[in-house]
Each structure stands twice: as C-alpha cells, then as structure tokens.
Design a protein around this ligand. Structure first.
Ligand code: SAM
Length: 257
C-alpha cells in the first residue's frame, strides 16, 4: 500500500487508528477477531486454499452455473454492468467502494473504469482473500489508486457521504445481517451516488425455492426473494431501483436520493 493511498483511506475513516497496521499490504482494522458468524461458507472464505483458485476456477464455475450457464451474463458482462450502473464513465476521479471484495477481482474491474485521480477501495474480512488481492493488484501510476482494507462489511468504518459509488457482488448472502449492510452502504454513499449488488435469488416455484433455501442455509448462504432486495434498497433511501435476474442470481442497482 503506498503512503498516498493509505493517507487517502485514512481520510475516509470515521476514526483513524493511531498506528495503522499495513504489514500485509492492506490496512487491517480487525486484527485478531473471533468470527461471530461462523458458517461453512465463511470458513471457506477465510481459508488459504480458496483465494488461490477463486478468480480462475471457483467463481467462473459456481457463479456461471448459478447465473444459468450460457443464458446468463459472462463475468466480463457482469463487470461491465457494474461499471455502467455505477455511472463510472460520468464520474471523473470517482471514489468507489467494493464491499466484500475477496481477492480483488471486481475491485480491479471497477478500477479499469475509473479515471486517474480516483480511488477504488476493496474491503473484506478475510485476510487470506486480501493477501491475494494485494498480490494480484499492480500499482499503476497512470490509473486510479486501488487499495484494500480489512473490516466488517456489516459495520463499515467509513464516514458518511465518503463514496460516489458502492458495489457489493457475491457476498450479501453471506452476511449475518444483510439489511444492516445495505443501510451501512447507503450511509457511506454521497446523495446521488449509485449502488450495484449481485446476490442470490430464490427460485419462484415454492417447493424448489424451499428446498434450495434449506440446502443453502446449511452452508450459510441466504436466498433472497424476488422483491426482497429491491424493497430493502427503497427502504434504505434508494430511488430508481432496477433489477435483472438470471437463474439463481440477481443484480440490483439504485441511486441514493
Ligand atoms: C464470494 S466472495 C466475493 C468476492 C467478489 N466480490 C466477487 O464478486 O467475486 C465473498 C467475500 O465476502 C467476504 N465477507 C463475507 N462476510 C463478510 C463480512 N461480514 N465483512 C467483510 N467481508 C465479508 C468473504 O471474506 C469473501 O471474500
């Protein structure tokens, strides 16, 4: 993490640490914490093995199948949709938050749409995921700053109105309290800022839906009902809420009023 990027991040925090811990290349705001929401899925995310295969194997296979195989958007199309719904092309030098960034795959894709002078910040609770994110992210002086913070996505440590855009892909279904997470994302977003979310979608057929819900719950994954997410966004103060569904996944985008 460069000194410049660290200083930019510290300015966004509600309360900056007296001695920032950047020993692993990201700013660690969690230290040694007990994981209160300890599910099978969360343990996998904290493992050493998954971050190594996540971007090249795990995500393309599992997300690909969940999006309906060839009927759904490719990973590149997902990322393009995120950049478009976040309005990055219309926001020069944007400050962007990527919530639950994992190994930084989406963070880097967002950064490719942000002009020089901008800042793209990936946050995650898993130190092993962030190790990989740091390793795979080249410092490019000609592009926006890209940097990482270890923190809880459900209790974001940033000040109000800090970001022009917030993205949360492939993670809301892992959170113990997804609605508190959405409220937190609204809090740190500037009025008029955009959010984009990719998460699970419960199948419409009641029997299939209930079966899927039970199975995924065992692994610590929540399935969201068709209108649950869009209604929660509206309740959190978002307008112009839009949604696209593919198989067991859904994208939602909105603008903070
Ligand atoms: C499947 S990965 C998603 C990575 C990336 N956003 C993507 O779409 O490919 C989910 C990430 O959510 C993170 N995560 C889960 N709960 C979290 C929490 N409460 N706070 C921060 N990160 C969390 C995990 O550590 C994991 O890296």
């Amino acid at each position: 993490m460069t000194i410049n990027a660290l200083n930019r991040v510290l300015e966004l925090l509600e309360s900056a640490p007296a001695r920032p811990d950047v020993t692993r290349g990201h700013l660690d705001l969690l230290g040694e914490v007990e994981e209160p929401h300890d599910t099978v899925a969360q343990r996998l995310m904290r493992s050493v093995a998954l971050p190594r295969i996540y971007e090249q194997v795990w995500r393309p296979v599992l997300f690909g199948l969940s999006k309906g195989g060839p009927l759904g958007p490719s990973t590149a199309e997902e990322y393009a949709l995120a950049r478009y719904w976040l309005g990055l092309a219309e926001t020069p030098g944007a400050t962007v938050l990527d919530v639950a960034c994992g190994p930084g795959n989406v963070t880097r894709a967002l950064a490719s749409g942000v002009t020089r002078g901008g800042l793209v910040l990936g946050v995650d609770a898993s130190a092993t995921m962030l190790d990989r994110a740091v390793e795979d992210t080249a410092v490019r002086p000609d592009q926006a700053d890209v940097t990482y913070v270890r923190c809880d996505a459900v209790d974001l440590p940033f000040r109000e109105d800090a970001f022009d855009a917030v993205c949360c892909f492939g993670a809301l279904y892992l959170f113990e309290d997804p609605w508190a997470a959405i409220a937190g994302m609204a809090r740190v977003l500037k009025p008029g800022g955009h959010i984009v979310v990719l998460t699970t979608r419960r199948p419409r057929l009641p029997l299939v839906g209930r079966g899927m819900e039970t199975l995924s719950h065992l692994a610590g994954i929540r399935m969201f009902g068709p209108a649950e997410l869009t209604e929660a966004l509206a309740a959190a103060g978002f307008t112009a809420v839009r949604r696209r569904s593919y198989g067991l996944m859904q994208f939602a985008g909105a603008t903070l009023a």
